[in-house]
Design a binder for this molecule. Sequence first.
Ligand code: BGC
Length: 450
Amino acid sequence: MITAKDFGADFLWGASISAPQNEGAALEDGRGLSVWDVFSRRVAAIRGGAKPTVASDFYHRYKDDLLLAKALGFSSFRFSISWSRILPAGTGKINQAGIKFYHAVIDECLLLGLTPVVTLYHWDLPQALQKEGGWANHHILKWFARYVKICVQEFSPKVQHWIIINEPFAFTSLGYMTGFHAPGKMSIQSFYLAAHHTALCTAEAARIIRQINSNAIIGSSFSFSETHPHRNQPADLRAADKADLLLNRFFLEPALGMGFPMMDGFPVIEKFHLFNRSWRFQEAMKCDLDFVGFQNYFPVTVRHNPLIPYLGTSEVSAKSRKVPHTLLGWEINAPSCYRMLRRVADYPGVKKIIITEGGCAEKESLLPGKVADPLRINYFQQYLQAVLQAKKEGVAIDGYFVWTLTDNFEWAYGFTARFGLVRVDFDTQLRTIKDSGYWFRNFLGGTGDR
Ligand code: BGC
């Protein structure tokens, strides 16, 4: 059995959460509404009609949760800042109570010996900015730059590790194209604009952070999913290439100075030619990153499907293919994570990788004094083995962050999909360490006692 020691003494082992999924206190201490507060009011937008208003109450329980992270043996803690807690209207007046809260969280991390790793944007745009078009409005460049500047000036040098944006493809596609996530827009034009602005904002934020704190360790987190054709025939092979372009290359390549990836006869993508044609845009999207935040939850198998507008591609579920999968139907396939790590590391511009999220949702069993989650333990065993293999073969991987410390608000799935090492009873906020939490503690060098 491998243990954390096999990864080397400097490896960062972290637990992660995000503001919109954990903090709650949505209406407290001057915080402005975010797009998720408003989106969750829509009928049938979120499973079970759940809202992120209280979530797992990290705002009031951060000391307990940080202590849990410490007790499980982690050396690092990743959390995100809520833009609308710092700037309730997105721009304009700073909310000092928000600043104070994040100082308190950071100080508590430092006190416990947890390296704080701060995400600047984890999908919770201030609603006031969404009213102006949000990420589809080019003013976002100015709005985001100011927000980033405030955070980095305020929290440096206590915080050295910054993650600029969490999974740009997820929030721009689900939020602006399919409407499955906040703000619930369904427009190819909005996606097109939001994606371009996101790429520009990421690079600009990196420049701002570097300027304020030359010692900062700067990254941004991208999602990756190996893509497979359903059948070995030209139409499905092409569908897999299209999915690969969107899921794996679309935001990483502009950040590496390569411009948006192109593919002839793929209408969504052809629109992006415009941005690539301008050398200035390519330069402006190039991002000076110390590390790529790598997030890989599943590979996908796709087939040609002319009924799907713009993409002409649809997924063939893991369930229908009868392969191992999680509660959300996400295929469990650690070798595909290994191959994606190798592939990302092969880009000449990638200096280092930090796995900024990894984990799975499962239907757990509540037993007396115990939460049994064997699938999750098995998942970590397989995936950590895959990460170690890549590392041993020379891939520069500096850390692994578990998604997530405690159960939380899982976006459109509300509270029905649990990813935590620690179970949260959302009625009482009682925390119970799951078997996977104890497993992780042993893996990180704990005693093995329960
Ligand atoms: C996101 C998390 C989310 C997790 C599981 C990632 O895409 O960054 O916020 O909870 O996946 O869905």
